[in-house]
Design a protein around this ligand. Structure first.
Ligand SMILES: [Zn+2]
Length: 213
């Protein structure tokens, strides 16, 4: 049983404080025997989340994850897509490409990191399973559009490039089955380090059309 805590919202621009129950997705396994665990709270005023270490009756707010410049953009892209799933995936690849991000995303848990950086968990990014599955299906379609039959709709490992000027190369590993949904995305910059012309998209498309079948 989760108990409520007296907490104060640590997010900037918000001064809410009061009695709050940890979120339902707090990992509280074993909390009935151990009184120490990490609780996730959601502010009733600004709707943002944070983590706190529950120690007995107290919840001690943990230092906020470093506020990295891409976090807000990525959140907006994922939580408030404006152009459907295809647009969401486009925007996701653009943000990852621009910042060289790596993404490790499984069901409810989405983590990102910069090359050589620490993983940051996007604790307030929550998508419905159906949306996540649609994103994964779109990723699979993109891989297969660029290298026909390189992945199955249910999973695999593939490569795709996105964006122009210069195109960014991504390596993806994903699974998309009723039991498992997972996306690992690595951003590489091997291709097109600025030397190549930006007009080779048509060539690429032509090359792609020629393969397979
Ligand atoms: Zn707040």
């Amino acid at each position: 049983m989760l108990t409520s805590y007296h907490v104060k919202c640590p997010h900037s621009g918000c001064d809410w404080s009061g009695i709050l129950l940890p979120c339902r997705d707090t990992d509280s396994r074993g909390s009935s025997v151990r009184s120490t665990f990490i609780a996730v709270f959601e502010c009733p005023k600004c709707q943002r989340r944070w983590k706190a270490q529950a120690i007995g009756d107290d919840a001690v707010t943990l230092p906020m994850e470093q506020h990295l410049p891409y976090s807000d953009i990525l959140r907006r892209v994922l939580m408030y897509p404006t152009r459907g799933v295809a647009g969401l995936v486009d925007d996701l690849l653009t943000v990852c490409g621009e910042h060289g991000l790596q993404l490790d995303w499984r069901a409810e848990r989405c983590r990102v990191c910069l090359p050589g950086g620490a993983w940051e968990e996007m604790i307030d990014v929550r998508l419905r399973k159906s949306v996540f599955r649609a994103i994964l299906a779109r990723i699979a379609a993109l891989c297969n559009a660029q290298a026909p039959n390189s992945v199955s709709p249910y999973g695999g490992q593939g490569e795709l490039s996105a964006g122009a000027n210069p195109p960014v190369q991504f390596r993806v590993t994903f699974a998309n089955t009723p039991a498992e949904q997972r996306l690992e995305l690595m951003t590489g910059r091997e291709k097109g380090t600025g030397v190549e012309s930006r007009s080779n998209r048509a060539e690429q498309a032509a090359a792609t059309d020629g393969g397979g079948r």
